[in-house]
Design a protein around this ligand. Sequence first.
Ligand SMILES: Cc1ncc(COP(=O)(O)O)c(C=O)c1O
Length: 412
Amino acid sequence: MRLVDIWKMIKGLKERILNQTPESSVSARSRTDDLTKLRLRYKPYYDVFEKQVGSRVWLDGQEMVLLSSNDYLGLTDHPEVIAAGKAAFDEWGASSTGARVANGGRAYHTRLERKLADFLGREAAHVHAAGYLSCMSAVQAFARRGDLVLVDRNVHSSLWSGIRNTDARVEKFSHNRPESLAKALSYEKPETPKLLVFEGIYSMEGHIAPVREFLEVIQGHNVFTVMDDAHGLGVLGPEGRGTLHHCGANEEVDVVCGSLSKALASVGGFVAGDRALIEYLRTHSKQTLFSAAIGPCQAACAEAALEVIQREPFHHERLWTNLRRYREFLLSLGLDIWGSVTPAVPVVLGDKQKAYDFRKALMKKGVYTTMSIAPAVPPKKDLIRTSISARHTDEDLDRIFEAFTYAVKKVL
Ligand SMILES: Cc1ncc(COP(=O)(O)O)c(C=O)c1O
């Protein structure tokens, strides 16, 4: 039986079971969940590498080029980043051990916030222990009952979590379509307080938001803007200052949030804006008030990465050189990359079975990627998600090209 048939059968079964839930307990349905069983059977996720050196990982003894990490600038093993993390452990211990309102902040928090704000061209920033918390709080802290949230339907789960935790009304508009945003706005009174929520670079699609067009559409409509630039920071704009610098629109978006776990080679997140907004967030955001602050090692690694980015522009240059070569190669094979123009490059295979087989073929040839399938992506967009990094060497690229050539021949 093919994977796709098993999938359909199980989905049907699941729907039938869910329709007769009265007798089913939370415990029973969690322990017998078909999707979990399917995942455990085919194991497309949660692989455990025994070892990593730069862009190479080892899985069950096989060395592979990692083509799915968001380490866009390849700084996770930069000597200065590692040294900064070790020094922070020595100076501050292992953890922040609590929220800053309960337990006090630390000098490493405010130092990182100052440097991040400067890099982004903002007055202030606040850092959290995860990008998910930052992005969630960047919406949840500001939106309230009576507001309308206008949101690109493809935004990340963290922004949805923020939106769904408010009592604001929500109106989705079509991904990256200013005319769809304009239509949604046209039904609303100009004086209703509104938030526009979107991303700078979309992590799955690799698309850049049409920021200037969005800003034109919302003019005069009383709209507060929140942009998640988790994948734009370190990647777009001069020195990698982000999507708003790339678009020349930094002054016009109220709040930028994002992650430290991608180009900044650490773990954590940030929200940046003018001082009054960041102080408001510190007063009202549950994720800020009631969650332990980012730890010393992670804050120090992000701070060091920020310095490296500005002092060593060749990482940024290498990222774009690698991306140009990689994109051209994929297009020369006739692959569908969903119009990606950034280092997040999906390879759309269009059905689950093909995505599964394609990934397997790449792995056989020593290239590690991940698979995203509906409903995580729209129907017929089942894909292999890849991301290119400055850390990929010419040898890595040769291996990647060879593996893709093989997978195309074998699967398509
Ligand atoms: C667009 C976007 N926003 C937010 C996040 C959350 O960031 P973190 O992984 O640091 O929690 C991610 C992570 O994948 C992301 O892709």
